[in-house]
Design a protein around this ligand. Structure first.
Ligand SMILES: Cc1ncc(COP(=O)(O)O)c(C=O)c1O
Length: 344
């Protein structure tokens, strides 16, 4: 059984394991105050083009989102997010559990825009309602679409005009930045977002996410917030080593580009076979709409999520490729797809 379920099915890239092994017996300061974590932060700040940014390393995505959003918001303040957003659908109410309402916006392509934000803002008029204060988006979105520089710029302008923070969940940021259709650079995020994170777990790290706080007003006492949320890792050096490895020679981008290329091969073959897709995704998650009978046949050899029922006979599935997906596995899937179609 080969899995196209996620981009965290495998362990870590060998270069990362090698770096962890090579530094294993070195003694280091705890809680992220080691040299590796400092070097990783410096490399990230250079890429982001903002030497004043604060970089904090976390173990996982939900932990990053809930620690950051709870730290950034006052008790009555709320988050605006697309209805499909990860914090709304797949984080067990972690943000709401910190006391902040999430105001959801219905979207068709996973993306919210300046008009959506304006509408939510206008609908919250006084102290009898929560006060929208932070816009949450992810790039790529939950359904694989990506934001353009123009879209992000427009949102950022509006957020600044309305005194809202713009926060970008980058669990799969590498895939977005390395997409053929992308025109955003890390430096643009550094300029346009108040805070964002760079996901390592889904891009070759054993685990880890790097939160970058760009807005000075959000930096104070952040390590206190991390500790209180159980997010300050005693062996923080393990995160520093991994992010240093990912960013010192461009490995981060190489791995994401590979995952995208493998998804691109799947997408082309599925499209050439005559199937449509639930959404336009130029990243490492694709959502082909397939006949249920074909899905059942493919599931005999491959595991993947059935994402949404489309009609009585068809469903959209989610196929995810990773930094480690082998081209041979993709070729085998395509061959099996053709065999199953021929045998129907
Ligand atoms: C966009 C996004 N944000 C956050 C997360 C949460 O990450 P974790 O499972 O590490 O908490 C995920 C995981 O799938 C994700 O896709």
């Amino acid at each position: 059984m080969y899995s196209f379920k996620s981009d965290y099915s495998e362990g870590a890239h060998p270069a990362i394991l090698g770096a962890l092994a090579a530094t294993n017996l070195e003694q280091a300061e705890g809680y992220g105050e080691d040299d590796y974590s400092r070097q990783a932060a410096a490399l990230i700040k250079r890429q982001v083009g903002n030497p004043r940014a604060a970089v904090h390393l976390f173990a996982g995505g939900t932990q990053t989102n809930l620690t950051a959003l709870a730290a950034f918001l006052r008790p009555h303040e709320a988050v605006i997010a697309p209805a499909t957003g990860h914090i709304l659908v797949h984080e067990t109410g972690a943000i709401e559990a910190t006391g902040h309402k999430i105001l959801s916006v219905e979207v068709s392509d996973g993306k919210i825009n300046a008009a959506h934000i304006q509408a939510v803002f206008d609908a919250h008029t006084d102290e009898h309602m929560v006060k929208p204060k932070l816009v949450y988006i992810s790039d790529p979105t939950e359904i694989g679409s990506i934001y353009t520089l123009a879209e992000l710029r427009q949102m950022s302008l509006l957020c600044r005009a309305k005194n809202l923070y713009l926060y970008i969940d980058g669990a799969r940021l590498g895939s977005a930045l390395c997409s053929d259709e992308n025109d955003l650079r890390l430096a643009d995020l550094g300029e346009l977002a108040d805070a964002f994170y760079i996901g390592g777990t889904k891009n070759g790290a054993l685990l880890g996410e790097a939160l970058v706080i760009c807005n000075d007003a959000l930096k104070a006492d952040f390590r206190f917030h991390m500790k209180q949320k159980g997010a300050l890792l005693a062996k923080g050096k393990l995160l520093g080593i991994q992010f240093r490895e990912l960013f010192q020679n461009g490995l981060y981008f190489e791995l994401a580009a590979h995952a995208n290329a493998m998804a691109g091969l799947l997408k082309k073959a599925i499209s050439d076979a005559g199937f449509r897709f639930l959404t336009h995704s130029p990243t490492n998650q694709i959502f082909p709409i397939l006949p249920n009978r074909l899905i059942e046949r493919l599931q005999e050899k491959y595991s993947f999520y059935v994402w949404a029922k489309v009609d009585a006979d068809h469903s959209a599935v989610r196929l995810v490729t990773s930094w480690a997906t082998e081209e041979a596995a993709v070729a085998a899937f395509i061959k099996d797809l053709h065999t199953c179609i021929g045998a129907k």
